[in-house]
Design a protein around this ligand. Structure first.
Ligand code: V47
Ligand code: SF4
Length: 380
């Protein structure tokens, strides 16, 4: 309480404009900010001010805790029937010799390689190909579950679902039920990109629409299940598009409460059709984390996905609203290294993750996918 009052009075005594002070008043009072106020933060607020507000919200929700998990990815294919302009996979459609398409048995072998390790989650997503259909994934999920029942399967996105369910001639409801019955536990946040349909058509034309993405997550939540949400930012979108994206998520979260975490994903420009679009600065990354923390008042967690943003910026973001660093990953994803992220072989040990968190005087907490605490680490 003393800290809150001190923070508030510092902002009140500063040279910040009255319109920004009015937003600060709302945030400190626990009130929701509007669409226009969100845009104003992007256009007018400086980094320190945003960090103060975002950290206030983050500490109210999560105290000093920073979460991570023990996870690994499987990317069943890096070939794709779509060709999103930002995707460094999609070039492989024309160069299929560089591509891979794993069988159920090959994926199962990758899962079995972790038999003696304390991982809690496998994250499965990649390109979209005809062979990897409803029967493929239900068979895969059943086999993973029968081999290791407690491994949480976080897999597939509305991009895959829309394609797979249409091909199998099942409704979204039927398809999701079949996936869940086979062992799918939760959905990662991918495929959201940017919800403004005109921008989406330019960068991710042909794949599921924004409405379809939101509908599939809503249906999944209505089954009592959870998912994440991402936003691809820093390309051709405007600040209004980013707030519009978050507004649609905030409204859906009001209806269902099914989202665990929001994950901003910075556009990386290596070897894709948008290589001419410059990447945004680290300052913009931090501002974006902070504004999402302030705007998404009904999301419990904001994740800094270190494999994409780099471990140093991820650590820095812990002062700008984020409270989750994703996981150990174990060098099992290629999406970001192919797109030019600084982490070319993303892999962090528990000690390294805990070190990043304790290095900024936060409390490291290992979680499972649903944010149940697995272990807390005392500061040395
Ligand atoms: O939807 C692809 C993004 C996403 C690029 O839920 C790119 O815990 C930047 O969703 N530059 C897939 N981004 C990854 C994803 C994810 C990652 C980590 C954790 C979770 C979670 C979800 O990757 C795609 C797309 O938005 N992406 N190419 C690129 N060049
Ligand atoms: Fe395919 Fe996903 Fe890449 Fe788009 S972003 S081309 S849907 S792998």
């Amino acid at each position: 309480m003393i800290l809150e009052n001190t923070t508030e009075s510092i902002i009140k005594a500063s040279n910040i404009s009255n319109e920004l002070k009015a937003i600060a008043d709302k945030v400190f009072a626990g009130q929701r900010i509007s669409f226009d106020e969100g845009v104003l933060l992007y256009k007018k607020a400086e980094l320190g001010f945003l960090g103060t507000l975002a950290n206030f919200v983050r500490e109210k929700k999560n105290g000093n805790k920073v979460y991570f998990n023990h996870n690994f990815h499987v990317e069943p294919t890096n070939v794709c029937v779509y060709s999103c302009a930002f995707c460094s996979y999609s070039r492989l459609i024309k160069n299929r010799e560089d591509g891979w398409e794993l069988s159920v048995e090959q994926i199962l072998e990758k899962v079995k390689a972790y038999d003696n390790q304390d991982v809690t989650e496998v994250h499965i997503t990649g390109g979209v190909v005809p062979k990897q259909d409803l029967a493929f994934y239900t068979d895969l999920f059943r086999k993973i579950k029968s081999h290791r029942p407690n491994l949480h399967i976080k897999a597939l996105t509305p991009v895959e679902f829309h394609y797979i369910f249409k091909k199998a001639k099942v409704t979204y409801e039927e398809g999701l039920k079949l996936m869940h019955e086979a062992g799918l536990d939760s959905l990662p946040g991918g495929g959201a990109e940017i919800f403004d349909q005109a921008i989406r058509d330019q960068i991710a034309g042909g794949k599921c629409t924004s409405e379809e993405w939101l509908t599939l997550h809503e249906l999944w939540h209505k089954m009592g299940l959870h998912s994440n949400a991402t936003m691809l930012y820093g390309h051709i979108e405007t600040f209004e598009h980013r707030i519009d994206h978050m507004e649609r998520l905030r409204q859906l979260q009001d209806r269902t409460g099914g989202f665990n975490a929001f994950i901003p994903l910075k556009f990386r420009n290596k070897e894709n059709q948008m290589a001419h679009v410059p990447e945004v600065s680290i300052v913009e990354d931090l501002r974006n984390y902070a504004i999402s923390r302030i705007y998404l008042d009904n999301f419990n967690h904001i994740k800094a996905y270190w494999a994409m943003i780099g471990r140093n910026t991820a650590q820095l973001s812990l002062a700008f609203g984020t409270d989750d660093l994703d996981g150990t990953i174990d060098d099992t994803t290629k999406i970001y290294s192919m797109a030019g992220a600084e982490e070319q072989n993303p892999k962090l040990s528990t000690a390294e993750l805990v070190g990043l968190i304790q290095g900024v005087n936060r409390e490291a907490v290992e979680r499972d996918t649903l944010y149940n605490v697995v272990k807390t680490y005392q500061q040395a």
